[in-house]
Structures are given as C-alpha cells and as structure tokens.
Design a protein around this ligand. Sequence first.
Ligand SMILES: Cc1cc2nc3c(=O)[nH]c(=O)nc-3n(C[C@H](O)[C@H](O)[C@H](O)COP(=O)(O)O)c2cc1C
Length: 343
Amino acid sequence: MNYEQAVESIWRHAEGGVTNDAARLKELVRYATLAPSGHNTQCWRFRVADGAIGILPDLSRRTPVVDPDDHHLYVSLGCAAENLSLAARAFGMTGEVTFRPEGDGELLITLDSCRAEAAPLFEAIPARQCTRTDYDGSSLAGEELRLLEAAGTGRGVAVTLLTEREALEKVLEYVVQGNSLQVNNPAFRHELEDWIRFGDREAVEAGDGLSARVMGNPPTPRWLGRWLFRALFRERAENARVARQIRSSAGIAVFVSDADDRAHWVEAGRCYQRFALQATVLGIRNAFVNQPVEEAGVRPAFAKALGLSGGRPDLVVRFGRGKAMPRSLRRPIESVLIPPGPS
Ligand SMILES: Cc1cc2nc3c(=O)[nH]c(=O)nc-3n(C[C@H](O)[C@H](O)[C@H](O)COP(=O)(O)O)c2cc1C
C-alpha cells in the first residue's frame, strides 16, 4: 500500500456493512483513533466491554522528554474519547464519558441505545487535521470566534481566544523561548527524531509518528532524512518558522484547566477536539504551538503574562485560514484493541 492509498483507507466515514454489533463497536474504535495525539504516538488501547468501551493509556508510547508528567498523553485520550462519544451518538448510542482515576486511569464511554444524532462535529471527524503551515493572515468573523469558544469550553476547562496582534506577539515571545530550549536539548531532538517517519514506506509500515509529508517536507530514505534533520533542525530556522506561522494566523487559543490533574487533562483534550472539529466545520485550520506549556521552566511566566492565576495552561493552538496539508496515518484497529480476557 502506498501513502495515498493508506490515507484513503484511514480518513473516511463508515462504509456500508456496519450491520452487526461487532462491526459497529469496531467502527466506534476506528473513529476514536482518528483523534490527534502528541507526536502521533496513538497512546491508547481500547477495551470493548458489555455496554461500554474503555480507553486506557498505552504507557509504552509515552514521550517522557516533551511530556514528563504524561499531560499530553491524557489530553490525547480525551481527544479520542470525544470522537468516540460523537460517533456513538451518530450510531444511536448514549456515548457518555467518565474518567475513572484508579491505577493508570480509564475513560469509559457508555453505549446504551438512544436516538441516533449525526452532529456536524461528527461529520467533520475524517476531515480534521493539524495543519502545520502558514495561514493567509485573514481574521475571523465574530460569530466564528463565538462558535469556537463555545466548542472549546468544558467542565473545569476554559479557552481564551487571542486575536489582537499585540497579544499574538506576546505569545510568540514565549513560544520562541520554549522552542529554543527544545531545539537545543539533545534529549528532545532524539525523542522527536525517533517519532519522525522520514520515508513513505516506513510511515505506512509504522502507521504512527510524524511523516515527513505532514511536516511539509518531501519523503526521503531514512539515512538521508536523519542527516537533513540533524543538519537543519536549528534554533534560528525553527524560531523564524514559528514566528511566520503565528504572524500568519488569525488568532491563538489557550486552553486552561482549573486543576492540574489527569481528569482535567482528559477534559482539556475533549474541549480541544470539539474546538478542532468546529474549526473544521467552518473551514478554519489549526495547529499546536505548545512550546510554552511543554517547558516547565517557561510555563509559569507564560501563565503570568496571560494574566492567569491558578490552574494549568494545557494547550496553545493557532488558527486561521489556509491550504490543507498532507494527512497523517494511523495503525490498524487490531493493534489497539485489547483482546477479550477469559470471562
Ligand atoms: C496533546 C497534544 C499535543 C500536541 N502537541 C503538538 C505540538 O506541540 N506541535 C505540533 O506541531 N503538533 C502537536 N500535536 C499534534 C500531533 O502531532 C498530531 O495530532 C499528530 O501528528 C496526528 O496528526 P493529525 O492531528 O493531523 O491527525 C499535538 C497533539 C496533541 C493531542
């Protein structure tokens, strides 16, 4: 299978043949896996139980350098849960999400029967992407901003949309600070390189990670891609790129949790996912610029500069209008399903 064929098989709605319960449950899991995850690690596993699906963390897919407290990992589970919940409702199931904190934590999504409701956010699931490119600099209408804010707000999680140029420049200062620390950190570079799939063949075989294409680069053999990455991933070039990207955006969304715990991180993921799907419905692109919240040394000053007191700034996301980028890949459903144990 080549890259384009893989993309076509992944980014689609359910096709005919979802006629029995087993096929329906598998489809729900497939929709969940279309969610974003940090470095596209797809750090989730799914347990199909009676009347519910559980989402568990896959801790073998942690990224301890960029995400030492597993914050992004639990945010990613929240994104997957939101997709699963929307898909459940479209298939006529309740799709209520609860977080069980015991052990490593589990998100349970209920599947009791109810009236089917295919919401616009559900329809947008296969079209959503993180778009890592310059946008066109145009601003958004007040109504578009209102819809994005409503979609991104949840229980104990607020989203602030910054659109004034001065505010964007302030955020950029902290993104550059965090970016410089990351680009100059050998452990960060090593972890990132580990998740880059330089060639099309390795990207399709792995079905995870960051393909050269989604980063806006041509695919290359692994040896050449690694050589280019090591030579070209440099502070000045990366800071210039991020400055261009932010200055071409219509605005920046900052998601903030009331409390700094896993339940709130999951909720932040659900809020981001609704925001991203709502943006997709409106034809608006988005991409993360999380450097100031990922670097623990920058985070407090960033929060202070934004006037936040208490809580945790979870995610920083730029948005605007622009062209689509190549799509990311996913692993087969079979590799994320926990086989049923002896009953
Ligand atoms: C919690 C979280 C943090 C992320 N942080 C970043 C980031 O800092 N920079 C970035 O370019 N992408 C970031 N991403 C985006 C992922 O790399 C992206 O979701 C993944 O590659 C899959 O691509 P897709 O969302 O287009 O399907 C993040 C995603 C999540 C869920």
